[in-house]
Design a protein around this ligand. Structure first.
Ligand code: SF4
Length: 227
């Protein structure tokens, strides 16, 4: 059984495959608590239901789009993700896994989308700060990130909220020896207006050779669930 928050068919809004019609399988539950989490129904207040593997695979096959995004929450905390990915691969699907880069598993994956969390994610002032220390300690695991980068085709995707984040990103990317062409800077924000205002992120990409990471789904549909 898979503990899922939702499944849906949409367009990948983020990363190297932005724009590709994809089927999303979203696990519920996360080992982090980002203050700005855009899927709080998988972290701060996890929701969802147990679904059988066969049921989910049938839904994937019915869409026949060929691209599956396994996301969360944090999908890699679920042991069942290994069997899910093996069956998706058998069925000929291209698999992207979206992970915060704190857990390693050996599994079938065509693109490991690693999104390590910066200092700006730590919830010092949320929920009386009771998650802050655990989050701060767990959010950056260079050993795990390097293991994921060595095992899988990868992209390293950072959510950027403030110009001060850039120095931290450069230090983290250098620490794990990431290829700059695989590093994506993605603006934090839940509206098109906020995203458009952060043009300094595009300037940083020009300067450092990183990629600009769009958030197509926000531009197209705004901050809505299941799209
Ligand atoms: S790692 Fe992702 S799902 Fe988990 S709290 Fe942070 S943004 Fe939310």
């Amino acid at each position: 059984m898979l503990h899922l928050a939702e499944t849906f068919y949409s367009i990948q809004g983020e990363g190297l495959l932005a724009g590709v019609p994809s089927f999303f399988i979203r696990f519920t539950g996360c080992n982090l608590r980002c203050v700005w989490c855009d899927t709080p129904y998988t972290s701060w207040k996890p929701e969802g239901e147990k679904r059988s593997l066969e049921d989910v695979l049938a839904e994937v096959q019915a869409q026949a789009c060929g691209y599956v995004v396994v996301t969360g929450g944090e999908p890699m905390i679920h042991p069942e993700v290994v069997t899910l990915c093996a069956r998706l691969k058998q069925a000929g699907q291209h698999i992207t896994i979206e992970t915060n880069g704190t857990v390693f598993r050996e599994l079938a994956c065509d693109l490991m989308s690693i999104s390590p969390k910066l200092r700006n994610s730590t919830p010092w002032k949320r929920a009386q700060g009771r998650w802050a220390a655990a989050h701060e300690q767990a959010r950056w695991r260079p050993d795990i990130v390097q293991q994921l980068m060595a095992h899988y085709p990868y992209q390293l995707k950072f959510v950027v909220a403030d110009p001060a984040d850039l120095e931290e990103i450069r230090a983290l990317a250098a620490e794990v020896k990431a290829d700059p062409r695989r590093v994506l800077l993605m603006p934090e924000g839940r509206s098109s207006k906020t995203l458009r205002e952060r043009t300094w992120i595009a300037s940083a990409c020009r300067e450092y050779g990183y990629r600009y990471g769009p958030r197509l789904h926000v531009h197209l549909w705004g901050d809505r669930r299941g799209i």
